[in-house]
Design a protein around this ligand. Structure first.
Ligand code: S3P
Length: 195
């Protein structure tokens, strides 16, 4: 409950922006891919290579469920997590879900710029642009289920983070007001009547 969840394609900036948000909002930062690597003591590419995508998705579902057991965190998810309706149900339950939308060309440019960085098993091999376009199209409807849409192309991560901070306060305000009202009502109901 009350988590700020980041979803979107690889290289949309979920982890980098997530860390900035967590610092600014004084919230915990969790990344479901890192949770998987920590609990299995293996890297994501090794899991894909040795056990296949289905096994990875199962670990991912477990990581999403565990992440959402806690509150007041910034939760960064792997690019395919939000596609599974079971993950969507868990991630949307009382949390604000932000889709960082990125164009295929930006993904390719960022992948090339970070060649030595984290490998993305689903985007490796021939025709990476075709792969990105195909996967993105297949995931479009799922990503559209997010509460907030932020376009990230040609913007600095700080600019993106600042917009999300504003949206977070807007999202939280009515929820806080409703909670305050509930607490006042409960306190009034339990107070001894004056005679
Ligand atoms: C995946 C994206 C990766 C990682 C895994 C699968 C995907 O995370 O979870 O390689 O299905 O798009 P990033 O979005 O951080 O690259």
């Amino acid at each position: 409950m009350d988590n700020l969840v980041l979803v979107g394609f690889s290289c949309s900036g979920k982890t980098t922006v997530g860390r900035i948000l967590a610092r600014r909002l004084r919230m915990e930062f969790v990344d479901t891919d890192r949770m998987i690597e920590k609990s299995t003591h293996r890297t994501i590419p090794a899991i894909f290579r040795e056990d296949g995508e289905d096994a990875f998705r199962e670990l991912e579902r477990d990581a999403v469920r565990r992440a959402c057991e806690k509150s007041a965190q910034v939760v960064s998810t792997g690019g395919g997590a939000y596609v599974d309706p079971r993950n969507q149900d868990v991630l949307r339950d009382g949390n604000m879900v932000v889709h960082l939308r990125v164009k295929p060309a930006t993904v390719i440019a960022r992948l090339q710029a970070s060649k030595a960085g984290r490998p993305r098993p689903l985007l490796e091999g021939e025709d990476p642009l075709g792969k990105v376009q195909g996967l993105m199209e297949a995931r479009r409807v799922a990503y559209e289920q997010a509460d907030v849409l932020i376009d990230v192309d040609n913007r600095s991560i700080y600019d993106v983070a600042a917009e999300i901070v504003r949206r977070w306060y807007d999202w939280r305000r009515p929820r806080r007001a409703a909670l305050r009202k509930q607490m006042t009502r409960a306190a009034t109901a339990s107070a001894p009547a004056l005679s």
